[in-house]
Write a protein that binds this ligand. Structure first.
Ligand SMILES: [Zn+2]
Ligand SMILES: [Zn+2]
Length: 184
């Protein structure tokens, strides 16, 4: 359940706690794909509203920055957000919002919606340059063949330019080590 009715919890005393199992499919990236989000969320009545806290797990489809293949990237979301009621649960009167930018609210039907928080937290932890695996071999710069599926037929001297950069760096560090040794 992503939409939780918290009218009972709003009537409870400060410090009261409710635990909820989350197992819901949502479109995290807003691109029409669906991700199963699972975990446990603890809601606690605070003096201002309700604090939602918990760890949720999900996976999103991302494109490997090296070999451009799609893969499933696991995400752990450590959520901690306070939600503010928009109406008083007893009187039904509108409540003023706190002076906090982009705070989360509980709607006039006393429903607390976790969807927006989950999406925001997920976007923060999705890697900027995802790798399908740590040692992804990438694409052949010559023919575009995915080298994770084995070598291509390109001549072996066509080395990846990144490797020659690396060997230059290795040489440079060797030189500096030798220099340092020489001055000792
Ligand atoms: Zn890859
Ligand atoms: Zn190739």
């Amino acid at each position: 359940m992503m939409q939780l009715n918290v009218s009972q919890l709003l009537k409870a005393s400060i410090g009261s706690i409710r635990n909820y199992e989350v197992s819901e499919i949502i479109d995290i990236a807003g691109d029409g794909s669906s991700s199963l989000v699972q975990g446990e969320v603890r809601l606690m009545r605070t003096d201002r509203g309700i604090l939602a806290k918990g760890t949720l797990h999900t996976e999103v489809e991302v494109t490997c920055s090296r070999c451009l293949s799609l893969f499933s990237c696991p995400l752990a979301l450590n959520i901690e957000e306070e939600y503010f009621p928009t109406t008083d649960v007893v009187s039904g009167a509108f409540l003023p919002m706190p002076d906090e930018p982009s705070c989360f609210t509980i709607d006039e039907h006393h429903v607390l919606d976790l969807t927006e928080v989950i999406c925001q937290y997920a976007l923060l932890v999705i890697p900027m340059k995802p790798l399908c695996r740590e040692d992804c071999a990438g694409l052949c710069p010559n023919c575009g063949h995915n080298l994770n599926h084995g070598a291509c037929d390109c001549p072996p001297q066509a080395t990846d330019p990144r490797w020659s950069e690396l060997s230059k760096l290795a040489l440079a560090s060797d030189v500096s080590v030798n220099k340092r040794k020489g001055t000792e």
